[in-house]
Design a protein. Structure first.
Lengths: 282, 332, 341
C-alpha cells in the first residue's frame, strides 16, 4: 500500500502524465462500454440512412454524419474497441515473444543460438516497419485479425533487442551465477532475476508502443488493409473522407483528432510511467 | 591588528557556518549544517567522515559548482577573502581557473568520454593561461604536466580517449590538469577510492609530492583514517554535515575527544591484535528530518538531554584542538 | 585508422547477410499467396497450354529453392520481373518513380536534423522556462499525430482554405520543364540554370516533406533535450565547469556532442522510417513516387512490384542504417575499437 502511494506521488508530480492517465482511462472506458453510451449505437456497423447523409456537425450529431448517414461520433467511439483490442493483442503477443527470444539469446551469449536468434531479429529490424506490415497485410484478407498479425510480426524484434541487452549484461553478474550454482532453473531465473530488472523499460515501452501500434493500425486501415467498412475504423474513416475535402471536412477531421488524442494520451502516460519507475531506480 | 591581517593573508580558504540544503522532489534534505574550517597557505587539511556525510558537497561549495537544486541557507566560503557565493562572474571564473581546482573521486566519470585527452586538457588550460597563448604552448605545458605526474609517453596519452586509459592513468591526467593551470588550492575528493589499493597508494604519494614541491594547499577528503594520517597536518572530522572535531592531525589521533572520533578510531582494526573492531551502532540521521540538537546524539553512548535539544558549540580542549561536544573535556 | 576500416567492413558484411535474409522472407511471402501466379499474371481467358508454358518459363513448377535461385539471380542482374499493373519491368518503374521519393525523403530527413538539434538545445537551455514549455507541449501533440494525418490537415488548410502552397499538383507546376539529370527536381533545375523552376519545385516539396518531417523532428528534439539535461548533471560537466571554462563553450561543444551521439542513431532510423511513412503521404498528395506506386501495387495485388518495392526499401533501409552506424562510429571514439583494454 505504501509503495502504491509513493508511486502515485511520483507519477502525479507531472501534471502532464496525469492528463495522459485521464485520457487513456477515458479511452479504455469508452472502448469497453462505449456501445452503451453513444447516442446512436446502431450506427456502429452497417446502417444506412441516406436522408441524413453528409450532415454537418450539429447538436444532434456532434461530429456530423458520414455519407451513409451514420453518426460519426458514435462510430468513432465504436471504433475504440477494436483499436484497443489491436493494441492489446499485438503487444501481449509481441512483447512476451520478443522478450523470451531476447532472454534466451542473451542468456546463451556467445553460443550459436545467440547468434542465430539475434541475426533473425536483426533481419526483421532491417525492414522498414510499415513496409513489412503492408506487405504482409496485402497478401492476406483485409481484416482486423490479419492486420494484427502483420503488425505483431514486425513488432516483436524491438522487445527482443531490449531484453537481449539487459540479459546479456546481467549474465555475468554474480547473482545470476550463484542462482545457477544453487540449481535454479531457467524459468525461475528469468522471472525472479532478469525480469524485474527490465520491467520498467519494458512497461514504459509497452505503453508508448500502444500509441505507435494504434497509428500503425490506422495507417493500415487507411490503406485499405485493416478493418473495412462497414465496421468503424479510424484510418478507413479518414481515407474515405479525404476525397470530400474540404467541403465535408468533418468526415476526416474528427477521426483524425480522435487518433491524435488517443496517441497523445498513451505517450503522456508512457512518459509518466518512465519517470515514475525511472526515479525509483535512482 | 597586524597579526590578524597576517593571519588572514595566511589563510587561503575560510569556510564559515556553511549550511546547504537540497531540494529533492519537493522535500528538503539538510545536508550541511554549519560547517566551519580554515585552510592556510601550503597547509594540508583533511576532511574525514562516513560516506554521505557531506564531504563532496562541501568541496563543491568551495568552487560553487553545486547542482541546481542546492540552496545555500547560511554561511560563507571565503577564498582569499572573497565570498564565493557573492563573486562576480569574472571573479568566480578567475578563482576556478587559477585559484582552486578539484580532483574528483571517480576519474572515469570526470573525463568527457567523447573527447580526446588533448582536447580536454588544452581547453582547460586555454582559459587558465593568458589570452592568446598559442595552442602549441598550451600543448607543451600539458605534456610537461603529464610528465610531472609520472605518466610515460605523454604524447600518446594526449591522443588517447578516456576509455583507453586505466583508472590510475585517468586520475593522473586529472591531477595533471588541475595542477598545470597553476592553481593554489587543491580539493582532492577521495582521489584513490575508486582505484586499486596499490594504485591508490601511488596516487596519494603523487599528490603529496606535488603539493610539497609546489607549495600548494590541499583539502584531502577521505573516509579512511590511514590516508588522513599520512597526508595531512590538520584534520576536520565530519559527521552528518557537521564538523565534530578538528585540530592538528597528530593531536586528534593521539587524543580524540569527540565520542564519534573515538568510536571511529576504535573501528580501525589494529595490527597489534586487540580484537575485532567494533562498529558504531545506529545509523546516519535522516537528512530530511535531522535531529534538532547534536546530530550524533541518537548514536552517542554519552548523550544527555541537552545534547538532543541544542547544537553544541565548539570547545577548545587544547590549543588548536576543537571539539563540538558539551562534554568534550570529560569524555574518556 | 585501420581498425575503423575493419569495423566498417564487418558492418557491410553483416548488411549483406541481412539482405539475404530479407530476400528469403520476401520470396516466401510471394509464394504464400494463394492462387496460381501464372494464372494471375496472364488472366482468366488465356488457354491452359499457354499458362503451362508460362509456368515452365517462370519455373513455377520447380522446387522452391530452385525458384529462389532463379529469382535472386534475376534480381542481382536488375530484373525484378514485370508489373502486372503497369505492364512494364519493375526496374523501369523504379527508375521513374524512385527519384521523386528520394527527393522527398532527403528534404524530410536532412534539414530537420538541424531543427531537431536546435529545438533540443533550446529546450535544455531554457529548461522549465516558457520556451521549453512551448517546445515540449507542441512536441507532445505533434508526435502524437501520424504523418498521414498531417498530410490530410495540410491538404485541407493549404490546399483549400488558404491555397498559398501547391498541394496535389505533383512535383512542379505546369509550364516548367526541367531536364532530368539526377532526378532530384530542385537540384536539376539549379543545374539547368532555372532558379524559378527550382523554387517552384521546392514549394511543391514543402507540404509533403513537412508532413513527413514533423513527427520525427519533434521526437528527436525531445531526445536531444533530455540527453542534454541528463548529461548536464554528469561529473565531467561539473569538472569542466569547475575548471572555469565558459558556459557557452561547454554547452556548444562538451555537452552537445555526448548528447547528440545517441540521437544520431535514432535520426538514421527515422530517415529510413520516412520511406515507410511516405506511402500514405504520397497517395494523399498524389506525389508520383515509389510509395504511391507501391500502394497501387499492393491494392492491385501486383506481386512482382510489391516484392520489388519491399526489397528495394529493405536495401535502402539497410544502407541508411549502415551509413548511420558509420557516422556514429566516427563521432563516438568508443565505438571505433573493441575494448582491448
Amino acid at each position: 500500500m505504501e509503495a502504491l502511494k509513493r508511486n502515485w506521488l511520483k507519477f502525479s508530480e507531472s501534471k502532464i502524465s496525469v492528463i495522459g492517465l485521464v485520457i487513456v482511462s477515458a479511452f479504455l472506458l469508452l472502448a469497453i462500454f462505449g456501445k452503451y453510451m453513444v447516442p446512436y449505437p446502431e450506427h456502429i456497423g452497417s446502417y444506412v440512412d441516406f436522408a441524413n447523409a453528409g450532415l454537418a456537425p450539429s447538436s444532434k450529431h456532434l461530429c456530423g454524419t458520414d455519407l451513409m448517414g451514420r453518426d460519426i461520433f458514435s462510430r468513432i467511439i465504436g471504433s475504440f474497441r477494436n483499436t484497443l483490442l489491436m493494441g492489446v493483442i499485438v503487444l501481449c503477443i509481441s512483447a512476451p515473444v520478443g522478450f523470451i527470444v531476447g532472454v534466451i539469446a542473451g542468456y546463451n551469449k556467445g553460443k550459436l543460438i545467440d547468434t542465430v536468434l539475434m541475426r533473425i531479429t536483426d533481419i526483421f529490424l532491417a525492414i522498414p516497419p510499415l513496409v513489412l506490415a503492408l506487405a504482409i497485410a496485402s497478401v492476406l484478407e483485409p481484416n482486423l485479425t490479419n492486420s494484427m498479425l502483420a503488425i505483431t510480426v514486425m513488432w516483436w524484434p524491438w522487445y527482443a533487442r531490449l531484453s537481449y541487452g539487459v540479459t546479456s549484461s546481467l549474465r555475468s553478474e554474480n547473482y545470476i551465477i550463484y542462482a545457477e550454482l544453487v540449481g535454479a532453473k531457467l524459468p525461475h531465473i528469468i522471472f525472479k532475476e532478469i525480469l524485474p530488472n527490465c520491467l520498467s523499460a519494458v512497461l514504459t515501452k509497452m505503453t508508448l508502443d500502444m500509441g505507435y501500434v494504434i497509428i500503425m493500425g490506422a495507417t493500415l486501415s487507411y490503406a485499405g488493409l485493416g478493418e473495412q467498412a462497414p465496421k468503424p475504423a479510424l484510418g478507413s474513416m479518414i481515407s474515405s473522407g479525404v476525397k470530400y475535402m474540404p467541403g465535408q471536412w468533418w468526415l476526416t477531421i474528427f477521426p483524425a483528432i480522435a487518433i491524435i488524442l488517443i496517441v497523445l494520451g498513451f505517450n503522456l502516460l508512457g512518459d509518466g510511467i518512465s519517470n515514475m519507475l525511472g526515479t525509483e531506480e535512482n | 591588528m597586524e597579526n590578524m591581517d597576517n593571519a588572514q593573508k595566511d589563510t587561503i580558504l575560510e569556510v564559515k557556518d556553511l549550511t546547504v540544503s537540497f531540494d529533492v522532489y519537493g522535500r528538503i534534505s539538510h545536508v550541511l549544517d554549519g560547517i566551519s574550517f580554515k585552510v592556510k597557505k601550503g597547509e594540508r587539511v583533511g576532511l574525514v567522515g562516513e560516506s554521505g556525510c557531506g564531504k563532496t558537497t562541501t568541496l563543491k561549495s568551495v568552487l560553487n559548482v553545486l547542482p541546481k537544486n542546492a540552496k545555500i541557507n547560511r554561511g560563507e566560503v571565503l577564498f582569499e577573502g572573497k565570498n564565493v557565493f557573492e563573486m562576480k562572474d569574472s571573479e568566480l571564473a578567475a578563482m576556478r581557473r587559477t585559484g582552486a581546482g578539484m580532483i574528483f573521486q571517480d576519474p572515469s566519470s570526470a573525463l568527457n568520454p567523447v573527447f580526446s585527452i588533448e582536447k580536454q586538457f588544452i581547453t582547460a588550460l586555454k582559459y587558465a593561461k593568458p589570452n592568446n597563448t598559442p595552442t602549441k604552448e598550451l600543448y607543451d605545458i600539458a605534456v610537461e604536466a603529464l610528465n610531472n605526474v609520472m605518466l610515460p609517453d605523454p604524447e600518446r596519452i594526449m591522443k588517447s580517449f578516456p576509455f583507453q586509459l586505466s583508472g590510475g592513468m585517468k586520475q593522473r591526467v586529472c591531477i595533471a590538469m588541475t595542477i598545470a593551470a597553476g592553481r593554489q588550492l587543491l580539493l582532492a575528493d577521495e582521489p584513490g577510492t575508486s582505484l586499486d589499493v596499490t594504485i591508490q597508494d601511488q596516487i596519494l604519494r603523487l599528490i603529496n609530492k606535488l603539493v610539497l614541491d609546489n607549495h600548494l594547499s590541499v583539502i584531502m577528503v577521505a573516509h579512511s583514517l590511514g590516508v588522513i594520517r599520512e597526508s595531512t597536518s590538520y584534520v576536520n572530522i565530519m559527521y552528518a554535515g557537521t564538523v565534530v572535531e578538528s585540530g592538528k592531525t597528530y593531536d586528534v589521533f593521539q587524543n580524540p575527544r569527540h565520542p564519534y572520533t573515538v568510536a571511529l578510531m576504535s573501528c580501525v582494526p589494529k595490527l597489534t591484535g586487540e580484537g575485532i573492531a567494533k562498529g558504531i551502532p545506529g545509523r546516519v540521521p535522516d537528512y530530511m528530518a535531522p535531529p534538532k540538537g547534536c546530530r550524533f546524539s541518537p548514536r552517542c553512548p554519552y548523550a544527555k538531554e541537552v545534547c538532543k535539544a541544542e547544537k553544541p558549540q565548539h570547545l577548545e580542549v587544547s590549543p588548536g584542538h576543537w571539539v563540538s561536544c558539551y562534554f568534550a573535556n570529560e569524555v574518556i | 585508422m585501420s581498425k575503423l576500416h575493419v569495423t566498417i567492413l564487418k558492418r557491410l558484411g553483416w548488411a549483406l547477410v541481412v539482405l539475404f535474409g530479407l530476400s528469403v522472407i520476401i520470396f516466401s511471402l510471394m509464394r504464400i499467396i494463394p492462387g496460381d501466379p501464372a494464372r494471375l499474371a496472364l488472366g482468366p481467358t488465356v488457354p491452359e497450354e499457354i499458362v503451362e508454358q508460362y509456368r515452365e518459363r517462370m519455373h513455377y513448377n520447380d522446387p522452391l529453392p530452385m525458384q529462389y535461385y532463379y529469382w535472386i539471380s534475376g534480381v542481382v542482374k536488375g530484373d525484378l520481373g514485370a508489373s502486372t499493373v503497369t505492364h512494364r519491368s519493375v526496374t523501369r518503374d523504379f527508375a521513374e518513380f524512385l527519384p521523386a521519393t528520394l527527393e522527398l525523403v532527403i528534404w524530410a530527413g536532412i534539414p530537420p536534423i538541424f531543427f531537431a538539434l536546435l529545438l533540443g538545445v533550446l529546450g535544455a537551455m531554457y529548461n522549465n522556462r516558457w520556451p521549453d514549455y512551448i517546445i515540449r507541449f507542441s512536441s507532445y501533440i505533434i508526435i502524437a499525430t501520424p504523418a498521414f494525418v498531417w498530410a490530410v490537415l495540410f491538404l485541407l488548410i493549404f490546399g483549400y482554405w488558404f491555397p498559398i502552397l501547391p498541394s496535389i499538383g505533383g512535383r512542379i507546376s505546369m509550364g516548367y520543364s526541367v531536364p532530368p539529370v539526377t532526378g532530384l527536381m530542385v537540384l536539376d533545375a539549379l543545374i539547368d540554370g532555372q532558379p524559378a523552376a527550382a523554387w517552384d519545385a521546392f514549394l511543391h516539396l514543402l507540404l509533403p516533406s513537412l508532413a513527413l518531417a514533423l513527427g520525427h523532428t519533434m521526437q528527436e528534439a525531445r531526445l536531444t533535450r533530455s540527453y542534454m539535461l541528463e548529461n548536464a548533471g554528469k561529473d565531467y560537466i561539473t569538472m569542466i565547469t569547475s575548471q572555469g571554462v565558459p558556459r557557452e563553450v561547454i554547452n556548444r561543444q562538451f555537452l552537445l556532442k555526448p548528447s547528440v551521439i545517441p540521437t544520431v542513431s535514432i535520426m538514421g532510423l527515422d530517415i529510413a522510417a520516412i520511406f515507410g511513412n511516405a506511402f500514405l503521404v504520397e497517395t494523399i498528395f498524389n506525389w508520383p513516387g515509389i510509395s504511391r506506386y507501391a500502394m497501387n501495387a499492393i491494392l492491385g495485388k501486383d506481386i512482382n512490384a510489391v516484392c520489388g518495392v519491399v526489397l528495394l526499401l529493405g536495401v535502402i533501409f539497410i544502407l541508411t542504417n549502415l551509413l548511420v552506424d558509420i557516422v556514429v562510429i566516427m563521432l563516438d571514439p568508443r565505438m571505433r575499437q573493441s575494448r582491448s583494454k
